[in-house]
Design a protein around this ligand. Sequence first.
Ligand SMILES: *Cc1c(COP(=O)(O)O)cnc(C)c1O
Length: 457
Amino acid sequence: MLESLKKMFSGNEEDMPVNTGSKPDISREKSAELYAKAKTYFPGGVNSPVRAFKSVYGTPLFIQKGDGCYVWDADGNQFIDFCGSWGPLILGHNPQKVREKVTEVMQNGMSFGAPTALENELAELIIKNNKHVEKIRFTSSGTEAVMSAIRLARGYTAKDKILKFEGCYHGHSDSLLVKAGSGLVTFGETSSLGVPKSFAEETIVVPLNDKEALKLAFAEFKDQIAAVIIEGVPANNGLLIQDADYIEFLQQICKENGALLIFDEVITGFRLGFEGAAGYYGAKPDIVTYGKILGGGLPVGMYGASAEIMSCISPDGGVYQAGTLSGNPVAMAAGIAQLTELLRSGFYKELNNKAAEFAESIQRFATARNYKFKVFNIGSIFWFAFTDKDKIQSAADIDPASMEKFKVMHRELLNRGIYLGPSGYEVGFVSAAHTKIELEKAKRAILEALDIVFRNK
Ligand SMILES: *Cc1c(COP(=O)(O)O)cnc(C)c1O
């Protein structure tokens, strides 16, 4: 998503260089037709920028159907999907349990703008099984959840500034479309037109994995920082896995300075485990935000904290936040059905083992051939990086030139029936619907694609 911001104003890259691979390009006739029409309706032909395939070759594929770990496009091409709607589909596409529950609830109407028992049911599933939240509030997207969490932190602490990290994405609200300024520790610069400079001045941006930068920021903006926000595991600009002692340090410095620590777990929540990255690290964030998996493919977000912090939210407290469709029964039904599956004993162990095996087997191959290629993996999240670094922990560690190799890989994989998110900065997701058979098939395609990428160089 971050990369999409940079690319948003650049030219279209639909041109396809000559195919130097060993497979013909898939047909994209119908997708191209739909895309041409879509461009007359939507800016860039899409309703979210990264979908426009600006960072890879060819026309975006218009998806017609998904089932299990497969998707089919408008031209009838079939793919093993590792995008999973950008994370929500941890059970794969159209899982029976979710579909049945949603269908059942829909018989009674779609939205009331009044409380329903389903909200209690989903809240109970979460609060009973997650020690990081005593009270929660549902929203309709991750962006809204994070935006509201920031307002809550400001309301609770009576401070204005927030601190975020370069390389973390937190949705598209104004205060978070901010990137690092020129100094090591300064307030940020807007990363989108239309964000007032004065908003960016309330957001401090520092590099990940840099304790000194954090210390400097807290010294320079003493008693002004309401909250530090970090992705549970930064996974929107590569997969920047932080060391446990850095997370520990972050927690400590927030505490010392009376700043709240917000874990944005929109990707990692219910992904790394039922308690997300907070559970993984044994961390104690003050506020957590969830989205994606929480809604089982329908639009749901959520923020939560201790009962004390949450008492600031309207109508109990003075921090206003609302939503016409918040907690709507259909979305709640999807969440209930999906989270119920995740709570089955052994669910995460099995999924994470499968993903680790997949990642390791690809890495073994690349290492044996001396390819400058690393598979980073945590839980069921993976990221393909064209690098020889053993660790990539900050945005600056990523070489933008390496993305040219990803473009070739992406095309080769589409030609072999494998769908990855259309940017080398994006991570991939293994779902419970990927069986060993499909993972083996995908692995073989990936190895072939790597051979082509490196033969070309
Ligand atoms: C996807 C994402 C968001 C935004 O969620 P939307 O539902 O797209 O608004 C926020 N934070 C993180 C970490 C995300 O991955």
